[in-house]
Structure formats: C-alpha cells, structure tokens
Ligand binder design. Structure first.
Ligand SMILES: C[S@@+](CC[C@H](N)C(=O)[O-])C[C@H]1O[C@@H](n2cnc3c(N)ncnc32)[C@H](O)[C@@H]1O
Length: 241
C-alpha cells in the first residue's frame, strides 16, 4: 500500500470514532494536544455533538482566518466537517464553504454533520488537495487543519492553493511544523506519517514553498509543542494581487 492509501485507510477508520464516542488513542493524530479542545466553548456550542467528536485537527483555522460575510472558503482535508460548518456560519447565506476530502467515509460523516447543523451553504467535494476540483481564482480563503503534513506532494498542494485563490486571497492554516534544524529522518523518529508528525514541513520549507508560488506576508507561528522540536502552527499568507 502506498503512503497516500495508508493515510486514506487510517482516516476511513477514524471516521467511525464519533459513533463510538470520540477519538482515538494512537489511531489518528497521535497527541492529546490534537483535537476538539482547541475550539472555544462558544464555537463548540455552535456544533452538533457528532461534529465536535469528529475533530482531528491540530488548531483552529476558522479563528485565524478572519472570515467575512459573502466570502468563499475552502477547507482542505475537511474530515468530519467541523471547520466547514463553522466557516459556513461566518460567511453567512451569501457566502459558501467548501470541504474537500479524499476519503469517502469522512465525506459521509461530514455531510451528516452538516445536515444536523442545518448548514445550507456548504458543499463537500471528493478529491485530492494536490488536484483541487475548483476553477482558478474562485476562492477567497483557504483553510486547513492538520492535513498538509499528510500530503505526499506538498509542492503540488501549495501550487493548487495559489491557483484557486483570487488575487489578494488568503490562507489561514493550522498544521504540524518542524523546527528548521530537524532533518526528515529526525521528524520521522518523533512520530508516524499517518499520525501527522513524520510528514511535517519545517518552518523554512513552509515559508519558501509559499513564496515560490506567489504568496506574500507569509508567517508561521508556533502555538504549542506536539513532539520534541515539532509544533502545532498557524500559517498565514496572502496571494499577491
Ligand atoms: C487529521 S484529519 C483532519 C480532518 C479535519 N481537518 C479536522 O480538523 O478534523 C486529515 C483529513 O485529511 C484527509 N486527507 C489527507 N490527505 C489528503 C489528500 N491528499 N487529499 C484529500 N484529503 C486528504 C483525510 O481523509 C482526513 O479526513
């Protein structure tokens, strides 16, 4: 099984956790620092129980994306749909929130959660974050929560984000990021690929990767440690106009 199929199999299995009462021991994102505790009480109150329990992220991209009424938001690797449902509330009926995921079981879970939340301005798309199934310059804001580290082709993901964003569009991403001194082998010693550790970019790799595809004002802010020298981080950037 190749790495992408391992990731898909792991998150197909994780999609069953909410029905069993929550996540997850070592089966998905490994650390206790991952998950639903990163949302405020008021955000949790906006969500159905199943959506809260489905959270497998490492941050809260909705809180950093500063969404406005009428915007088009795209969540890469939307999982159980928590950030799509919250985004849909922020952009309101004149906006749209898309969730993109490659795993059928996660898409089914997210659609059920969105129905329960009575979200009408959400669309879940099946596909790869390396080949986003949306037209160029059609999105105002790209968010993502603990997914880009799982991609086997990060350069393609960053290129695709730049393609779908409108000029001046922005990203507000939560992801696991390594300190620059850690080699790929050292990152792999600290945790598994499917557990969101081994595939993490370093801060310098994130910055240079985003700048290479036309982003400005790039920042990578570490928020809390998830392993030795590895952090949950908020990544922000703006596409040049
Ligand atoms: C760690 S979970 C995070 C889910 C969600 N963002 C959250 O915060 O709960 C990773 C999700 O990304 C999806 N995923 C991983 N790699 C992907 C890829 N290359 N293309 C599309 N989806 C992917 C998985 O199916 C899974 O639903």
């Amino acid at each position: 099984m190749n790495l992408r199929e391992e990731v898909r199999a792991r998150y197909a299995e994780a999609a069953a956790f909410p029905a069993r009462g929550g996540c997850c021991e070592s089966t998905c994102c490994d650390s206790a620092e991952f998950g639903q505790s990163l949302y405020s009480d008021s955000e949790r109150d906006e969500l159905p129980d199943a959506a809260r329990l489905a959270s497998l992220g490492c941050g809260n991209p909705v809180s950093v994306a500063d969404l406005h009424e009428g915007e088009v938001v795209l969540d890469l690797g939307s999982g159980g749909g928590i950030d799509v449902i919250l985004s849909a509330k922020r952009v309101g009926p004149t906006g749209v929130a898309y969730g993109l995921d490659m795993t059928d079981e996660m898409l089914e879970l997210a659609q059920g959660n969105a129905r329960e939340a009575r979200s009408s301005n959400v669309h879940f798309l099946k596909g790869l974050i390396e080949e986003i199934p949306l037209p160029a310059e059609s999105v105002d804001v790209v968010i993502s929560n603990c997914v880009i580290n799982l991609s086997t082709d990060k350069a393609a993901v960053l290129t695709e984000i730049a393609r779908v964003l409108k000029p001046g569009g922005r990203i507000g991403v939560s992801d696991v990021v390594a300190e620059d001194h850690l080699s790929a082998a050292q990152r792999a010693e600290r945790g598994s690929y499917v557990g969101c550790i081994a595939g993490a970019l370093s801060r310098a790799e994130y910055v240079s990767g985003l700048e290479a595809v036309g982003f400005e004002d790039v920042s990578v802010e570490f928020t809390h440690a998830v392993a030795d020298g590895m952090h949950s981080a908020i990544v922000k950037a703006r596409k040049a106009t």
